[in-house]
Design a protein around this ligand. Sequence first.
Ligand SMILES: Nc1nc2c([nH]c(=O)n2[C@@H]2O[C@H](COP(=O)(O)OP(=O)(O)OP(=O)(O)O)[C@@H](O)[C@H]2O)c(=O)[nH]1
Ligand SMILES: [Mg+2]
Length: 310
Amino acid sequence: MSVVRAAVAILQRPDGQVLLAERPVGKPWEGWWEFPGGKIEAGETPFHALVRELREELGVEVEKATPWMLRRFDYPDRKVELHFFIVRDWQHEPRSCEGQQLSWQHPTALTVGPMLPANEPILAALSLPSIYAISNAAELGEKAFLNRLQSALDQGLRLLQLREKHLSADGLQRLAEQVLKMTQPYQARVLLNGDVDTARALGFSGVHFSAASLMALSERPQQMLCAASCHDARELAHAQSLALDFVVLSPVLPTLSHPDAPVLGWDGFADLAHESSLPVYALGGMQPEYLEQAWQQGAHGIAMMRGAWG
Ligand SMILES: Nc1nc2c([nH]c(=O)n2[C@@H]2O[C@H](COP(=O)(O)OP(=O)(O)OP(=O)(O)O)[C@@H](O)[C@H]2O)c(=O)[nH]1
Ligand SMILES: [Mg+2]
């Protein structure tokens, strides 16, 4: 079976809504909804195909697009390789140039459908915010940590990993209760870096696996968010085969918490992130102002420990 390569655009407005299009009459899967985009022609890069398709289908000029995920999917009659880009800057109001219906939609509350089957995990991935904070109560002290957590929530933090390996079971339960009570009104999601049963019992939204526990895992837990720490292609491949929700890839830059770990650098990070079919957060030496750069290198966002609580 031949492989169809396509460039696909998530046009994202500042309010988080994304543009969807109904596949026009006469094309395969007519009436199904998709993101704008189309086939990569011979001699084209995915980015050039994206620019051309958006001009042809929507009359928009892409100003900047950041590579996001590479999704492979098998339809009964064809294999597709979808190069997704996030586009936040463009010129002209999108208009229907091929008679297709267009609709701006919140990724978590679609009012149109059905979506092309290959796109299901894409919507879940879009609901993940750009910043993933990692707790640092061990260093800050619990009281200071909870204060800083409160201001981070007020400033928009919606995804957090509780990683406090020094705590006893009782200590962890006490801290978890406080953190979950604080994050709940914000609908922020909190993952426990620990075991699945504890995460469930304490009411976490999900679990974050260390690289070692990821490699020992043969099936992902259901009905909870699952993330993992990865450092190389092998770990990433395993996270993808388990269809986890996202990964963090580290260390991108030198970091105090793992001073001896070999650093990927932005180039090493980009090589792995570009091939990934999962959202990848850059971790290691990150600061909030690195987000734009991380996006350019194929990251979904950035993960931070010290940088999140400054
Ligand atoms: N554009 C787009 N294509 C997608 C998405 N998801 C997905 O599986 N695909 C698949 O990727 C391929 C893209 O082809 P397309 O039909 O949009 O290509 P095109 O605009 O060049 O159309 P044409 O060659 O019929 O003129 C199709 O096989 C389509 O089913 C999506 O979200 N957007
Ligand atoms: Mg198309």
